[in-house]
Write a protein that binds this ligand. Structure first.
Ligand SMILES: [Zn+2]
Length: 174
């Protein structure tokens, strides 16, 4: 089974990042379509926090057809969390941000390949969540939920042994 993904660049995200991520997903046997750049709803900007409300953006994404994977460079927060790397829901869209996955956010040298690797893991994890896959307790597994770049870098861009067995049966692979 091939997963279809409709990539939407959201905001001033660099084209080469979108291209690299589309290539990554195709490499994992996804069918990928890339749509024209769009802007987040104006109401999503919280000027006091200088962040964007992911709940508001997510609501607009829900109204779109297809398997939406919105990729943005905006700093996202939700009603519950001060910041998020991504948000996804079963049978719904995916929203992922580069903002806190860039090494320079942590005062490190820019590293394009590392950013793409982090984004790939975050996107694959999120897309598999939309397909109903569960979180995994194995910290090396792609399906382990991570909220720090340290944990994200630690996990691998592949399923652990158990997930591989379970998910291959369901038709999913990376
Ligand atoms: Zn696993």
């Amino acid at each position: 089974m091939r997963i279809e993904s409709d990539i939407i660049p959201l905001g001033e995200i660099e084209e080469k990042i979108i291209e690299a991520l589309a290539t990554e997903l195709k490499g994992s046997n996804f069918v990928v379509r890339v749509y024209a750049k769009t802007n987040p709803p104006k109401t999503a900007l919280n000027v006091y926090r200088r962040q964007y409300n992911a709940d508001i953006i997510f609501d607009t994404l829900r109204k779109l057809k297809g398997n939406i994977v919105a990729i943005t460079n905006l700093d996202l927060y939700t009603g519950k969390l001060n910041f998020i790397f991504s948000v996804a829901e079963v049978d719904g869209p995916v929203l992922v941000s580069t903002y806190r996955l860039r090494p320079e956010f942590y005062q490190e040298k820019p590293n394009f390949d590392l950013l793409i690797e982090r984004m790939s893991k975050e996107i694959l994890y999120s897309v598999f969540k939309t397909q109903g896959l569960n979180d995994c307790t194995n910290t090396k597994c792609l399906m382990h939920k991570t909220t720090s770049v340290g944990d994200l870098d630690y996990k691998q861009r592949e399923f652990c042994k158990d997930c591989k067995i379970n998910n291959t049966v369901k038709g999913f692979k990376v």
